[in-house]
Design a protein around this ligand. Structure first.
Ligand code: AMP
Ligand code: MG
Length: 284
């Protein structure tokens, strides 16, 4: 029996359409999925095998002159589970074909350039699965909330980002944007764990509590991102993240679906297969 218990496909159930209201999100929900956790984990393992094969095909495509790539953009507040997605979802494919980049506070060198400079430099080459742990969206999220640049500057960025992503998509890269959304209560639990466990202290930053205190402003900034940058070529998917198993299952499904949509074939041999087999046989 198939383990597929998606009642509504993930890319439909999670897509941020016009009028989507972040304030009404149930962070504990499992949109589109009608199974329990065990079933979700079973499905994720199964789709992980698909993902592995699909990503190998993408890599082979890139190695043989193809132009397609995939870019997973991960956004979310502290503790939303971005690192867990990288480890558990992206970790199911061959690291050779993954191009992972994390974006933190811009370095002095990065600050000398336009905010998209470091992003352009990190775009996946053909055949790669690119992963952005945070992204150019920080330039309309933290930058907006903390007033790092004036409103007219960040205000112009939504259209700039849409134009940029349209250009990236037109060049052959399928963009999968995921906003992981954790509830304030679950976030408090996860931050507490980071404080109570010495092996998690390295993940904690006292500034995380200042950001948490400004949650309403961050929600407003996220709402603006969803309103203004969920385009047809690069739609946003809002993933409730209180249940880690669900968030990981959902992103696995979004990636597998996207790779299937590329409809790639294994590259044909550029040599005479029968002749090579005959040579091998002759070698005994
Ligand atoms: P982490 O993901 O926990 O390593 O934290 C990275 C930090 O870098 C977060 O606090 C982000 O808000 C911050 N950050 C990322 N991009 C930018 C940016 N463009 N401007 C300012 N801060 C940023
Ligand atoms: Mg952090």
């Amino acid at each position: 029996m198939s383990s597929d218990r998606w009642q509504t496909p993930a890319h439909e159930a999670l897509r941020a359409r016009p009028g989507f209201d972040l304030a009404g999100l149930d962070h504990d929900a499992t949109p589109g999925w009608e199974g329990d956790r065990d079933q979700g984990e079973e499905r994720m393992a199964e789709r992980g095998e698909d993902l592995l094969a699909l990503q190998e095909k993408l890599y082979a495509h890139g190695r043989t002159g193809g132009t397609r790539a995939v870019l997973l953009v991960l956004q979310g507040l502290d503790t939303a589970g971005k690192g867990g997605i990288v480890r558990h979802v992206v970790g199911m494919v061959d690291p050779q074909g993954v191009a992972l980049r994390s974006f933190g506070v811009p370095t002095p060198e990065e600050r000398e350039h336009d905010y998209l400079w470091r992003i352009r430099n990190a775009l996946p080459r053909p055949g790669y699965l690119g992963v952005f742990d945070r992204s150019h969206y920080e330039d309309v999220l933290v930058v907006r909330v903390e007033e790092i640049v004036p409103p007219d500057v960040w205000g112009a960025r939504y259209d700039e980002i849409n134009a940029f992503e349209a250009e990236v998509a037109a060049a052959g890269t399928a963009i999968v944007k995921v906003a992981l959304m954790v509830s304030p209560a679950e976030q408090a639990l996860r931050l507490r764990e980071r404080l109570e466990r010495p092996d998690k202290h390295w993940k904690y930053n006292p500034g995380d509590l200042d950001v948490r205190a400004r949650r309403p402003a961050y929600e407003e900034a996220y709402q603006a991102v969803l309103d203004r940058t969920s385009t047809d070529v690069a739609p946003w998917h809002v993933v409730p993240a209180d249940r880690k198993w669900y968030a990981r299952l959902a992103v696995t499904e979004l990636l597998a679906h996207t790779l299937e949509g590329l409809d790639l074939a294994w590259p044909p041999a550029d040599f005479d297969v029968a002749a090579e087999l005959a040579r091998l046989d002759a070698q005994g």
